[in-house]
Ligand binder design. Structure first.
Ligand code: HEM
Length: 347
C-alpha cells in the first residue's frame, strides 16, 4: 500500500468519502441463482434512482454506496478482480467471535432524513425482487450528535480531506480498480444494562476517551486494552494506518435491542483485519477489547466498492444479455457477448 494519492482525478469514486449524515440504512442481500443480470441493471440505475428520490426533496442530501462481495464479484463482472477481495474471515477467540455471515451486495444509504433512505431502500429492494434476497436491513440514526448508544462520541478520529482519500481509495497498487475501496460491516448488539451499570470512570478506560468531553486519555492513563489503543494500527515507520468509519446507532425499545452498526472503509482490508484481530484475539499487552464484554457481533461481511467510473464503463458497454438458462451454481452469469474483456475497468 503506497502513500501516494490514490486514483487519478479523472476516476470518480462512489460516494464513499461523503460526510456522515443524520440517517442511514444498511441493506445486505445475497444473489439468487441467475440474478446477476438484474443486479447489474440495478447498479446501472442506482445514480439515477438517487437523483429521482432527491428531486422530490430539495435542499436534502442522499447518497448510496454499493459494495460487491467476493463470491458475487465473478458472477457480476467477468475479467479481473480486485486483488485484495476475499470473503470476510471469521475470527474466534476465547468466547468472542467476529462472525462471517452471508452477503453478496451491500447498499450503504446516507441522507439528511430517514424518509429519503427509506424511499431509496424501497426502490432498491423492488428492483432486486426475484434476483436477490435481502438478508439484513438496519435503519441507523444519529443519537444526540455523534454519540453511540454506549454514550461516547464515535467517529472523532476519522481522517479528512486528502488523508481520507489516501487511506480509503485504491491507487497504483491495483490500477484496474483505482478509485475503488474495500468496506467491512459488522452489526453489534450491546448489553446496555451491564454497560450502564459500570461507573463512568471504568467506561472511559474501556473506550480510551472521556465521556463528557471526548478527550483521548493520555499515555499515563490509557490502558493497553482500551478500544482506542487496540485500534491504533501503525506502519513500520510509526505512522497510523487510518480507516474511514461511518458507524450508526440503531435499536428497538420494544425488542430490547440496542446496537452499533460498524462500517469501515479502507484501501486495504488487512488494516481492518488487523484491528479486528487486536480486538478479538488481543495483543502482547491486552487480552481483548473490553468493548466486546458488552457487545456481540452478529453479522460480518467484506465488500469491494468499485469506482463509479468503473461501473459506468463496464455496465454501459455490457448490454443486457438475453434471458438464458440460469448457470450452474457457482458459474458466471454472462451471456455470449464477450464482455469479459471490458472488465479491465479504467486504465
Ligand atoms: C474509535 C466506538 C467497533 C475501529 C472509536 C471511538 C469510539 C468507538 C467511541 C472513539 C472516538 C473515535 O475516534 O471515533 C465503537 C463501537 C464499536 C466499534 C461502539 C462497536 C461495538 C469498531 C471496530 C473497529 C473500530 C469493529 C475496527 C475493526 C476504530 C478506530 C478508532 C475507533 C480505528 C480510532 C482509533 C484512534 O485512532 O483513536 N470507536 N467502535 N471500531 N474505532 Fe471503534
Amino acid at each position: 500500500q503506497g502513500e501516494k494519492p490514490a486514483a487519478e482525478a479523472s476516476i470518480v469514486p462512489q460516494a464513499v468519502l461523503e460526510t456522515s449524515e443524520p440517517a442511514a440504512t444498511f441493506l445486505l442481500a445475497t444473489l439468487d441463482d441467475g440474478g446477476g443480470e438484474q443486479a447489474r441493471q440495478l447498479l446501472v440505475k442506482l445514480p439515477s434512482l438517487v437523483r429521482a428520490v432527491l428531486s422530490r426533496a430539495s435542499g436534502s442530501r442522499l447518497t448510496c454506496v454499493a459494495g460487491i462481495g467476493s463470491d458475487a464479484w465473478d458472477r457480476l463482472f467477468a475479467g479481473q478482480r480486485p486483488v485484495q477481495l476475499h470473503p470476510f474471515r471469521e475470527i474466534a477467540g476465547d468466547g468472542r467471535r467476529a462472525v462471517a455471515t452471508p452477503a453478496d451486495l451491500l447498499f450503504h444509504i446516507r441522507a439528511t432524513s430517514s424518509d429519503l433512505c427509506f424511499e431509496l431502500a424501497v426502490e432498491i429492494v423492488s428492483r432486486l425482487k426475484g434476483a436477490a434476497t435481502v438478508v439484513d436491513e438496519v435503519v441507523g440514526f444519529k443519537y444526540f450528535g455523534e454519540l453511540d448508544l454506549l454514550g461516547f462520541a464515535d467517529g472523532t478520529e476519522n481522517p479528512t480531506g486528502q488523508a481520507a482519500s489516501t487511506s480509503v481509495l485504491v491507487g497504483d497498487e491495483d490500477r484496474c480498480f483505482a478509485g475503488g475501496a474495500y468496506v467491512v460491516v459488522q452489526k453489534y448488539l450491546h448489553d446496555l444494562d451491564s454497560w450502564n451499570a459500570l461507573p463512568v470512570e471504568q467506561q472511559q478506560r474501556i473506550i480510551g476517551r472521556t465521556k463528557a468531553t471526548n478527550i483521548e486519555l493520555d499515555d499515563a492513563t490509557q490502558e493497553p486494552d482500551s478500544h482506542v489503543a487496540l485500534n491504533k494500527v501503525l506502519r513500520p515507520d510509526g505512522s497510523e494506518q487510518q480507516i474511514l468509519r461511518f458507524n450508526m446507532p440503531f435499536g428497538s425499545a420494544a425488542k430490547n435491542e440496542y446496537g452499533t452498526y460498524f462500517i469501515g472503509y479502507t484501501r486495504a482490508p488487512s488494516v481492518i483485519e488487523q484491528m479486528l484481530r487486536n480486538m478479538f484475539l488481543g495483543t502482547a499487552t491486552a487480552s481483548h477489547d473490553r468493548i466486546l464484554d458488552f457487545s456481540q457481533a452478529v453479522t460480518g461481511a467484506l465488500f469491494f466498492v468499485p469506482s463509479q467510473t468503473f461501473l459506468d464503463n463496464y455496465l454501459s458497454r455490457a448490454a443486457p444479455s438475453p434471458p438464458t438458462t440460469p448457470p450452474a451454481h457457482g458459474g458466471t452469469e454472462h451471456g455470449s457477448l464477450g464482455i469479459g474483456s471490458l472488465g479491465r475497468g479504467p486504465s
